[in-house]
Design a protein around this ligand. Structure first.
Ligand SMILES: Cc1cc2nc3c(=O)[nH]c(=O)nc-3n(C[C@H](O)[C@H](O)[C@H](O)COP(=O)(O)O)c2cc1C
Length: 107
């Protein structure tokens, strides 16, 4: 079963632009290799991430991400089963918060 999971969190003070860029650079190929797609939006210290893919794989990754000390206060906002992934072109791509909210409202 495919799911789409959305969560919000707050970046840790030590996670600067270079830290975010590293997360995106590593996540894109890692996600693609696992059959996960998604977007990551960062606005100031606010993070919104949408992950899509096979349920067990997404939940396993989310457990990993939850424990990452580069962010805190991870709150799952939504978990939905889906027919097909929406962000199939990307393993992970960074978008503005406004774009991410618009995308999450249009899917
Ligand atoms: C906000 C945030 C988003 C992340 N998103 C992903 C992601 O989409 N895919 C991924 O593989 N790792 C992501 N990570 C990194 C993981 O927490 C973890 O460091 C990564 O999976 C590598 O784990 P490993 O060092 O045990 O191999 C994210 C980390 C943070 C702080």
């Amino acid at each position: 079963m495919l799911i789409r999971l959305t969560y919000a969190s707050l970046l840790a003070p030590h996670c600067d632009q270079a830290c975010i860029d590293e997360i995106v650079a590593k996540s894109a190929p890692a996600n693609q290799a696992r059959g996960i797609t998604g977007i990551l939006a960062v606005d100031g210290d606010h993070v919104l991430q949408i992950l899509e893919g096979p349920e067990t794989v997404v939940l396993g990754l989310f457990e990993h991400i939850r424990r990452d000390d580069r962010h805190q206060g991870v709150v799952e906002i939504d978990r939905t089963s889906i027919e097909a992934t929406h962000f199939e072109a990307w393993g992970m791509v960074k978008r503005s918060m406004a774009d991410a909210v618009m995308m999450s409202e249009s899917i």
